[in-house]
Design a protein around this ligand. Structure first.
Ligand code: URA
Length: 285
């Protein structure tokens, strides 16, 4: 029985690491391959998958030894984006937005995620926090920030007198990227209409971007979190359309708790940022 448990543990580890396909049964020397690939590409040649290729996922292109690893099939970017925009615009309230996102099948991340992680906390809160994407715990429970970084986030909020009853929390992406990899530009772009509408519907007085991903995408900035944390910006940034001419709201990027867990010395700066948020909230009735 023990060996079965070990195999299951190994399989779970692979799944958590983003491995979801059997590629082949014989080893492949990728170093040798990368030396020949440029010449083949220059000649306009694409490696063909041998007929012995294995694929566990029906409908996906077969891959095998010597073949280029299969990319997750992407719908045409404009179609997915345009569909998301139309669906988000038509959602009149948060339950409607949750529903259209749960029915949205054009984001490849949804195929590997267990749950659509929508949001948690108080939708009438004055402050809305936006992280990057669900991790394994969030995917399992269907709620944002419930794993170790969520526990640190709770402690950070508690330090300025906030809790899940006084904030609203969501993520840029509602679906977990396999193996917690960084979301791609295509993924964040096609999901952008959903988070924009989410912000409009919650209509918080203050936005907090938890980590560099949500900050850089929603503020349209290319500078990293270390440069922009602790500063007040306006959301939406200039040039991005706003609902019914509503005034822009203050938005501050802060370090992601997962980053603080790896770099505890930065908690000092995070504390300064939290105090600035607390002071701003005091000014808002
Ligand atoms: N990291 C995030 O950005 N969001 C979560 O919900 C969990 C971890």
């Amino acid at each position: 029985m023990e060996h079965i448990a070990n195999h299951l543990a190994a399989l779970n580890f692979y799944i958590d690491s983003g491995v979801d396909e059997v590629i082949g049964t014989t080893p492949v020397d990728r170093f040798a391959e990368s030396q020949t690939a440029p010449a083949a590409l220059a000649a306009g040649v694409r490696a063909a998958a041998p007929s012995s290729a294995l694929s566990l996922a029906p409908g996906r292109p077969a891959v095998g030894p010597g073949a280029t690893p299969a990319a997750i099939p992407m719908p045409p970017r404009t179609e997915a984006e345009a569909t998301a925009r139309a669906l988000a615009a038509g959602a009149a309230d948060l339950p409607a937005l949750r529903q259209v996102m749960e029915n949205f099948d054009l984001c490849p991340l949804k195929k590997t995620a267990a749950n659509t992680v929508f949001g948690t906390g108080n939708p009438a809160a004055r402050i809305m926090l936006i992280g990057e994407a669900p991790g394994a715990d969030e995917d399992r429970q269907g709620l944002p920030f419930v794993g170790v970084s969520g526990q640190l986030l709770d402690r950070m909020l508690a330090s300025i007198g906030l809790d899940r009853g006084s904030v609203y929390i969501t993520n840029m992406l509602a679906w977990r990227p396999p193996g917690n990899r960084k979301p791609t530009v295509e993924e964040t772009t096609m999901c952008l209409p959903f988070i924009r509408r989410h912000i409009e519907l919650v209509a918080p007085r203050i936005l907090v971007f938890v980590g560099g991903t949500s900050a850089s995408i929603l503020l349209q900035r290319s500078d990293g979190i270390t440069r922009i944390r602790g500063r007040w910006f306006e959301y939406p940034p200039e040039g991005v359309s706003n609902i019914a001419g509503e005034a822009a709201r203050p938005a501050m990027p802060i370090f992601h708790p997962a980053y603080l867990l790896r770099q505890p010395a930065l908690k000092r700066l995070a504390w300064i940022d939290l105090l600035a948020i607390k002071a701003r909230l005091k000014d808002i009735t």
